[in-house]
Design a protein around this ligand. Structure first.
Ligand code: OSB
Ligand code: MG
Length: 370
């Protein structure tokens, strides 16, 4: 395929409630939507999910825009692409910047699926017609508010509950949740806020029967995670540490984790995400699909990814209305009894609500072949 032109948009949308982690808070969410057009006028959509500040990875909204405009889009416009799985290779001269790469790589996957009249899930080799959903609850101002969120998630049928922890909001928090909800499938996400000095604390979490603890240590601490996993029973799930297939391979070889949270954006796109899920499948590492508080386009890509065979655990991919008053896609993503039905339509399987898209666009640029 040949890409005829590309549009990059920056959108600004307000989330229903702020999302707080050990390092940052997001409420007004700015993100990118990339549209790739072929010569017939078909269009594929991708979402750039980097936040405004680099607390989750080193990328930001602005670095993504810069990478796309000045490097990634020009490469795409001058290439003949046989299959979307070739795109990450085209970007091999550009280091990291995975979320920027994923924004356009996923758009090309969507376009490819549309050109071939199949769903993105099918194009990826997906095996499921529905996916299981969990909830990720940010740090709450009070324990009462946290309980309210948990109660709500249980009522909605969420298949597992993840709570964010940070120093000072960890042991007592988990202990009181367990007292109140002895049997819920519960896990904790630390977003890298502990060090090996916290081994005693992390060990004492073992008695609360957590499904896993997500990213307890720093993103580049694969060796330390391996040391920690030897000393705690709770399975470690890596998130920020896994930015590529090679990272996953190293982590598995070292024994740094038993579970991986795969986010296509963090690893540079759907092709790399698929390679990681295959590697994990061959090595008995469980995986699930993480979230980046996406709007509809990014959410649709995550849903398609989660149909692959090794995504056996519920992901952080709730419905549109959990995050937004109105989404940029229709129909919106809906969760029923903790499940999302995978759409059967072509490409991402959801249509773009052009009016809503325009309404929240704060900046846009069309880049043509020269
Ligand atoms: O660590 O998984 C994370 C949100 C933003 C950045 C990092 C993370 C998260 C979440 C929420 O946990 C996932 C979601 O609901 O989209
Ligand atoms: Mg995480």
């Amino acid at each position: 395929m040949k890409i005829e032109h590309v549009t990059i948009r920056q959108l600004k949308m307000r989330m229903k409630s702020p999302f707080v982690t050990s390092f940052g808070t997001v409420q007004t969410k700015q993100f990118l939507i990339v549209e790739v057009f072929d010569e017939e006028g078909l269009v594929g959509f991708g979402e750039g999910v980097a936040f405004e500040a680099p607390w989750y990875t080193e990328e930001t909204l602005q670095t993504s825009w810069h990478m796309l405009e000045d490097f990634l889009v020009p490469i795409i416009l001058k290439s003949e692409i046989g299959h979307p799985s070739e795109v990450s290779q085209l970007f091999s001269s550009i280091r990291r910047n995975n979320m920027a790469k994923a924004a356009i790589e996923t758009a090309i996957w969507d376009l490819y699926a549309k050109q071939n009249h199949i769903s993105l899930a099918k194009a990826l080799g997906g095996k499921r017609d529905s996916i299981e959903v969990g909830v990720s609850i940010g740090i709450q101002p009070t324990t009462e508010q946290l309980y309210e969120k948990i109660d709500h998630a249980i009522r909605e049928g969420c298949k597992r509950i993840k709570v964010k922890i940070k120093p000072g909001f960890d042991l007592d928090l988990i202990s009181s949740i367990r007292k109140r909800y002895p049997d819920i499938p519960l896990m904790a996400d630390a977003n890298s806020c502990y060090t090996l000095n916290d081994i005693p604390l992390l060990k004492s979490l073992d008695k609360y029967n957590l499904l896993m603890i997500e990213q307890p240590l720093a993103a580049d601490d694969l060796l330390q995670h391996a040391k920690l996993q030897k000393q705690i029973q709770t399975p470690i799930c890596l998130d920020e540490s896994i930015c590529s297939y090679d990272d996953a391979k190293t982590a598995i070889e070292l024994g740094s984790c038993r579970v991986i949270n795969i986010k296509y954006a963090r690893v540079g796109g759907l092709t790399e995400a698929k390679k990681i899920q295959n590697l994990c499948e061959d090595n008995n590492i469980k995986v699930w699909c993480g979230g980046m508080l996406e709007a509809g386009v990014g959410r649709a890509h995550a849903i398609a990814l989660a149909t692959l065979s090794n995504f056996t655990l519920p992901g952080d991919t709730l419905g549109s209305s959990h995050y937004w008053e109105e989404d940029i896609i229709y129909p919106e993503v809906v969760v029923k009894n903790g499940l999302i039905e995978v759409p059967e339509g072509v490409g991402i399987g959801y249509s773009i609500n052009q009016k809503v898209l325009e309404k929240y666009t704060v900046k846009q640029k069309i880049i043509m072949q020269d």
